[in-house]
Design a protein around this ligand. Structure first.
Ligand code: PMP
Length: 284
């Protein structure tokens, strides 16, 4: 693979960052993931805007402006011949001369790294046809989950807990209500209404979530932005998750309890279809 690091396109084996990089020492960084379908970027603007917001909340400066960021994304798609796949963008507060809790001076440039993952048939995964299973676990993350930081240890532990339990993913629960999945936003469907937790600092403001809720409302579907309990979820008609890499992914089992027929429900299937159609239309 060819990757991008601090202004250069390099073979991945030759790309490196400092051992004093604050991303490595303090998880002091943010990231974005943008999907590629048919060689085009899905909702690049949404991801660029959220990156800007994450950087602002962290009091970090942008390493490159929007136009250049788009050009880098496109160049990596071309160089790596990505038809369907993902582009990861990682930005950290850079590498000062030595380890120090205090933020470095302005003259220390942020570190920026981008790399691609090729995923042929990304929009047509077997998982989307069968649906996935989730378990529920406590949400033990920090309090600013609206910032897309690189602190992914707890979500990673959640995925491992799911794997050990024979499930695909975990939904995290705080004060009795589901916050979100380890790497996606969580939804249930009851009597036709789409229910998902309201935006706050407790969850990531998913770019896919925003698009899916807009499309659902345009299709005259009922949307309720509120928390729900694991009990309510296990008694729901359907469930699903959304993310840039999974789009709309049906959930058919929660804590070992099958929902409805145990197969992807009509609302999740319809939303996946509508979302993919719209995503391809606005892809750049
Ligand atoms: N919540 C969390 C915790 C995530 O990691 C992600 C994926 N980045 C999402 C939600 C979904 O966000 P998006 O639709 O922007 O990918």
């Amino acid at each position: 693979r060819t990757v991008y690091v601090n202004g250069q396109y390099l073979p991945e084996q030759e790309a490196s960052v400092s051992i004093f990089d604050r991303g490595f020492l303090f998880a002091d960084g943010v990231y974005e993931v943008t999907s590629v379908l048919g060689g085009k970027l899905i909702d690049f603007d949404g991801h660029a805007r959220r990156l800007q917001r994450s950087l602002g909340e962290m009091e970090m400066r942008a390493p490159v402006e929007r136009g250049e960021l788009l050009a880098i994304h496109r160049e990596l798609v071309t160089l790596n011949e990505i038809e369907d796949g993902l582009i990861y963008l990682q930005v950290t507060r850079g590498a000062p001369a030595d380890r120090d809790f205090v933020y470095p001076d302005e003259d220390v440039a942020p570190t920026i790294v981008l790399f691609t993952q090729s995923k042929p048939g990304l929009a047509d995964s077997p998982a989307a046809r069968a649906g996935i299973s989730v378990i529920t676990i406590p949400d033990a993350r920090w309090g600013r989950r609206d910032i897309k930081t690189v602190q992914l240890l707890y979500p990673s532990m959640g995925k491992m807990a799911a794997k050990k339990a024979g499930a695909d993913d975990a939904w995290m629960v705080e004060d009795g209500q589901v916050t979100e999945g380890t790497s996606n936003n969580a939804y249930i469907v009851k009597n036709g209404a789409i229910i998902t937790r309201q935006l706050s600092t407790e969850i990531l403001h998913g770019i896919t979530r925003a698009a899916v809720l807009r499309l659902a409302r345009e299709a005259q579907m009922t949307v309720e932005e509120r928390g729900f309990t694991p009990d309510e979820a296990r008694e729901a008609d359907e469930a699903f998750v959304t993310s840039a890499s999974a789009f709309v992914m049906p959930v058919v089992k929660i804590d070992g309890v099958a929902l409805g027929e145990g197969t992807p429900g009509p609302v999740a299937r319809r939303l996946r279809e509508i979302y993919l159609e719209e995503a391809l239309k606005i892809a750049i």
